[in-house]
Design a protein around this ligand. Structure first.
Ligand code: ATP
Ligand code: MG
Length: 180
């Protein structure tokens, strides 16, 4: 599965609509300290469902919205879209290209969209489970995460292995079924 495009609008330091196009192969983001490299990684984790403001280096979810600068007023909404190539059908939907979008307003309202149509967070979580892309996925390895893998409790390590093995979806469904 290939990440083809990242669109940011009002997310952290990206006050203006910004489009990052990724070509196949390795992409490296370089830039001075504070120029927004980690904000791009935060944006990817956010749109994939990250719910913890702290792990996005803020204290509340509103902190992901551009807060203004010397020359610019704050904005009222942050939006991030990721476009993934689904030619190989790794995501269980009938689209060859999948765009997921997350939006949050200062009021606290938020939206999730799948190919520009509203959906629930739950739908995106289902879509990404077992692909390594989910919130606890293994496709983004942050600083410190490597240590976590090595030293974590056996249950945490097992969760990583289950995600990689592709059985999380079934485990979640079983849990839901048992609950009902
Ligand atoms: P380093 O090389 O030090 O890791 P970096 O390129 O990863 O730097 P980031 O951490 O991505 O930099 O960006 C930090 C910048 O983003 C800071 O200047 C900070 O003020 C800005 N920033 C973060 N959140 C917001 C926000 N909500 N509104 C405006 N600017 C923000
Ligand atoms: Mg950084």
């Amino acid at each position: 599965m290939v990440l083809k495009r990242i669109e940011l609008n009002g997310f952290k330091s990206f006050a203006d609509k910004t489009e990052i196009l990724l070509s196949p192969g390795l992409t490296v983001v370089v830039g001075p300290n504070g120029s927004g490299k980690s904000n791009v990684a935060d944006a990817i984790r956010w749109v994939l469902g990250e719910q913890s403001p702290r792990s996005l280096r803020g204290s509340k979810m509103e902190d992901v919205i551009f807060a203004g600068s010397d020359r610019r007023k704050p904005v009222g909404m942050a939006e991030v879209s990721l476009t993934l190539d689904n030619e190989k059908g790794m995501l269980p939907v009938d689209f060859r290209e999948v765009t997921v979008t997350r939006r949050v307003f200062r009021s606290g309202d938020s939206d999730y969209l799948l190919n520009r149509s509203p959906c629930r967070l739950r739908d995106l979580q289902d879509l990404f489970s077992d692909t390594g892309l989910g919130r606890e996925g293994i496709s983004i390895i942050g600083q410190g995460r490597v240590d976590e893998v090595l030293s974590s409790r056996p249950e945490d390590r097992r969760a990583l292995i289950e995600e990689a093995a592709g059985i999380v979806r079934y485990r979640n469904r079983k849990r839901e079924a048992v609950k009902k």
